[in-house]
Design a binder for this molecule. Structure first.
Ligand code: ATP
Length: 256
């Protein structure tokens, strides 16, 4: 399911946040949106979801999500926000089951299949042992995986993930990135993630889109986008870039 954004303008509180943003994410591919703090990355994901008033073209699988009712939109594209509100007292299983809401009839109950999908997702995310735990009794990294679990339980063809790895230790970072990669290969998912770890972004994504000051400053394969000069210009950081496996760039900070 291809995601297309054309000449997107978003203003929040009367202030332009994104201007003239265009990008294409081919079906079954993974694009990472990178950029400095406040550049507009999360705003871009929320606009693609149809959650923000904006000007410009947006289609997911040829459909404009802004034209859909929330229930139908949630069957088209799933979203894991950076800092969601997690209801205290709710269990991991029940929270993940919320991802099945778009499939449960009004005034109806979840089916055995809905519960089986949730159990499978929890298993894949190494959360099965925490299924009965309340959300406010989880670590930050566990909470982050539960938010991802809810999005995966929606079983959409397009997945938007805002900073899916920030609170995770290195093992769980790798596990989550490998899982996302496997899902898109096995199930043909189209994935867009924002991510701050540039090396991690470059290791996994097919394409990077660098958003800076609300505009697309660079886009393309990681080795073209992640250059020493680009990182210096847009992040004000000094890095050394080497070529890793498959020519993918590996960045290390250089002390001034
Ligand atoms: N509801 C809002 N009203 C007004 N301004 C907002 C609102 N939400 C975000 N902004 C502003 O829009 C800009 C872009 O924010 P956004 O969260 O998209 O950035 P980001 O690139 O995701 O940043 P970070 O890397 O820090 O998460 C920021 O200047 C932010 O202060």
């Amino acid at each position: 399911m291809t995601i297309e954004v054309r000449d997107l303008d978003v203003a929040l509180d009367g202030r332009p946040v994104l201007a003239g943003v265009s990008l294409t994410v081919p079906a079954g591919s993974w694009t990472a949106v990178i950029g400095p703090n406040g550049a507009g990355k999360s705003t871009l994901l929320r606009a693609v979801l149809g959650l923000l008033p904006c000007r410009g073209g947006i289609t997911v699988g040829g459909v404009d999500p802004r034209a859909l009712k929330p229930r139908h939109r949630a069957r088209l594209v799933a979203y894991a926000p950076q800092a969601p509100n997690l209801p205290a007292g709710m269990t991991v299983f029940d929270y993940t089951l919320l991802g099945r809401s778009p499939y449960i009839p009004h005034l109806g109950r979840e089916s055995a299949r809905d519960r089986a999908v949730v159990a499978e997702v929890l298993e894949r995310l190494d959360l099965a042992g925490l299924a009965d735990r309340e959300l406010d009794h989880l670590s930050g990294g566990e909470r982050q995986r539960v938010v991802l679990a809810r999005a995966l339980a929606q079983q959409t063809s397009a997945l938007l993930l805002d900073e899916p790895t920030t609170a995770l230790d290195i093992g769980h970072q790798q596990q989550v990135m490998e899982l996302i990669d496997r899902l898109r290969r096995d199930d043909g998912l189209t994935v867009v993630t924002t991510i701050h770890d540039l090396t991690l972004a470059g290791q996994y994504a097919d394409d990077l889109v660098l958003v800076s000051g609300g505009r697309v400053a660079a886009a393309g394969p990681p080795r073209r986008v992640l250059t020493r000069e680009t990182v210096a210009e847009h992040f004000d950081a000094r890095v050394h870039v080497t070529s890793g496996p498959g020519g993918r760039p590996i960045l290390s900070l250089e002390r001034p």
